[in-house]
Design a protein around this ligand. Structure first.
Ligand SMILES: O=C(O)CCC(=O)C(=O)O
Ligand SMILES: [Fe+2]
Length: 215
């Protein structure tokens, strides 16, 4: 192999073509970037499912914590909550669907997290994986899906500064990306954040997957 021959690394997301057929819903693959693998998905949740997730979480939202120390800080100013695994039938159904999209058993998931941003709130650029010096990196995260639960009037894009790429929230759609590469540089290209909301609210459901099961 010559030094400039680069072999494409193995990916987790195995779907090909423009559809993912899950048990109960056909998901649309709209756009994909190959390395790092980043996919925009349509029709992930119905309008009713989005509304239900917001309804089920809205009285339980707390100021978001971050990292292993779970400190409140300025990196993430949104509020959020986690659903327990199998918390109710909607969660069971959605977790199953997320698991088939991400091609990882749901037991590897940190749980569905709902985040709510009001105007001015944001999630500054960050990695979803833990730094190798952190204890949590023993069972590190490998992939993420962020599902948009509403249309945001203005602002709130999920931005990837190293890829010069932004995703505008649309109800029921999602962005998926993975960072399970041997090549650290590829993982680091998944740096991303949620831009400040300017007008309206932004609601998302996030699932972070780990290398090994956590439940
Ligand atoms: O709100 C967003 O657009 C991004 C959320 C995010 O980065 C996360 O939950 O890890
Ligand atoms: Fe993130």
């Amino acid at each position: 192999m010559t030094p400039d021959t680069k072999i494409k690394e193995q990916t987790i997301f195995h779907h090909i073509g423009n559809k993912i057929k899950t048990e109960d819903r056909e998901i649309n693959i709209i756009t994909r970037l190959e390395e790092p693998l980043l996919v925009i998905l349509g029709n992930v949740l119905s309008d009713e499912e989005c509304d239900e997730l917001i309804m089920l979480s809205k009285d339980k939202m707390q100021r978001s914590k971050i990292g292993a120390t779970r400190d409140v800080n300025q990196i993430r100013t949104s509020s959020g909550m986690f659903f327990q695994e199998n918390e109710n039938n909607t969660i069971i159904k959605i977790e199953k669907r997320i698991s088939s999209i991400m091609n990882i058993p749901i037991e590897h998931g940190d749980g569905i997290q709902i985040l709510k941003y009001t105007p001015g709130q944001e999630y500054k650029a960050h990695f979803d994986f833990f730094s190798p010096i952190s204890g949590a990196s023993i069972n590190n995260r490998i992939s993420t899906i962020v599902i948009y639960l509403n249309d945001v009037v203005q602002g709130g894009e999920t931005f990837f500064p190293k890829l010069n790429f932004s995703v505008f929230p649309q109800k029921g759609m999602a962005v998926y990306f993975e960072y399970f590469y041997n090549d650290t540089e590829l993982n680091e290209q998944t740096l991303h954040g949620g831009a400040p909301v300017i007008t309206g609210e932004k609601w998302v459901a996030t699932q972070w997957m780990r290398r090994q099961r956590v439940r």
